[in-house]
Design a protein around this ligand. Sequence first.
Ligand code: BDR
Ligand code: CA
Length: 311
Amino acid sequence: TRKIIIDTDPGQDDALAILLAFASPELDVLGITAVAGNVPLALTEVNARKICELAGRPDAKVFAGADRPLMRPLITAEHVHGKTGLDGPDLREPAMPLQKQHAVDFIIETLRDEEPGSVTLCALGPLTNIAHVLIRAPELAPRIREIVLMGGGFFEGGNITPTAEFNIYVDPQAAQIVLQSGVPVVILPLDVTHKVLTTAKRVDRFRAMGTRSGDASVALLEFFERFDEEKYGSDGGPLHDPNVIAWLLKPELYGGRHCNVIVDAANELTLGMTVVDWWGVTDRSKNAFYIRDVDDKGFFDLLIDRISHLP
Ligand code: BDR
Ligand code: CA
């Protein structure tokens, strides 16, 4: 099994990603670390625990991390995710505890304790917590197997500004630290997630499960989609964060290439833009595996099959 830590700001699509991870025996979820993003930290950590309980995993460890980006004020996305960040399903207040340890301390301790090169960080929100780890304990960077993140977009444009994707825009300095860390980085950008559409037919396959996780998935997807479908004029809205987990499980569903990726953290008009040297027109180092293609049918087959095994 592959050891992962999920760093997240749930978020309906984060929730689906967490469910997919719990439903996958190939993955060992060492902990879930919450960060401020879609909504403030006080909500994302509660949402993370709600999802653990939904998945029948009240034993999972959830930690609260950074409540604001490194250098900028927090920008949230209630206009997409609703007031709670997890609007849609009717999930009860969690009974499982929040861990006392700070998320950043937990990640540092885990990287120190686990075998070098064995822990993968899955980032589903702004990269603030992970940047704090790299700032405070840069000597641990070589011990991280990989950072797999949902963020950015180049060919498709942005979703929070014309050039920036939300996770990167919220904390561009953190994203830049991650990209310059020397840790292998895999990027699942909007260029991928805008090809993964939650059509009505696909949502029906969740409904057909007849389980509590299936029903909650329908409510999550239907709420989340409302915003995007209208906006993008497609049959179904894009589904972002579960691509990170799907990539770990079945990388053959995706296609990309190693190239240089830099984040604009300085200019107002293009703040948070991921500048991708896809054609190798600079001699800047290839610091990321940037994914552009996805087998969307294969993705949904995987997601739906796995989630159907949850309670
Ligand atoms: C990303 O931003 C959030 O709104 C989603 O959860 C996803 O992680 C998409 O831009
Ligand atoms: Ca997210």
